[in-house]
Design a protein around this ligand. Structure first.
Ligand code: ADP
Ligand code: MG
Length: 157
């Protein structure tokens, strides 16, 4: 499953493995890290986010609601965005997106398909394909050197 160093594709067979992948990513995060998630309803974005949060000693990650962003305190702070209901990028800025970006919190954003213009240049993209009981195809793409450490680590397993 090895590809270029700045990307890696994994097959994830169950929710526990998805959460473990999240924890592995979470252990490598740093203040201000940005994880941009893509993938349809039920792909496993929130499951992955829970794993990331676990590595930061955070519990209580919730699935989609009408709340665009939730802040969590942990080893690093985590701002969990869900852009599912966002139609205009302006709605993201209306909830203080820029302040979140400069706050040093780790940001995980679900449904980045809806806000492609709002993503920072440097980020880790996570693209998940599959739903229901499908094995998930998870592609991680590093944009920026700091994120390549994560894809390199995952390529090595
Ligand atoms: P999303 O946030 O992308 O809408 P969730 O993580 O909330 O998705 O839900 C994914 C659902 O799919 C969960 O009910 C989970 O138990 C189930 N599931 C089944 N197989 C997998 C897998 N391989 N990876 C992740 N979730 C899976
Ligand atoms: Mg979700």
């Amino acid at each position: 499953m090895t590809e270029k160093k700045n990307s890696v594709t994994l097959e994830i067979a169950d929710p526990v493995s998805m959460s473990e992948l999240g924890a592995r990513i979470g252990e490598k995060l740093f203040p201000g890290a940005f994880i941009a998630m893509f993938g349809g309803l039920g792909a496993g974005k929130t499951t992955l986010t829970k794993g990331i949060a676990k590595a930061l000693s955070i519990e209580g990650i919730l699935s989609p609601t009408f709340t665009i962003v939730r802040h969590h305190e942990g080893k690093l702070a985590l701002d969990h965005f869900d852009a599912y209901r966002i139609e205009e990028t302006d709605e993201l800025y209306a909830v203080g997106y820029e302040d979140h970006l400069s706050s040093g919190s780790v940001i995980v954003m679900e449904w980045c398909e809806n806000v492609p213009d709002a993503l920072p240049e440097e980020r880790l993209e996570v693209h998940i394909e599959g739903s229901g009981s499908d094995v998930r195809r998870v592609e991680l793409r590093a944009f920026g050197r700091r994120y390549e450490e994560i894809t390199e680590d995952l390529n090595a397993c």
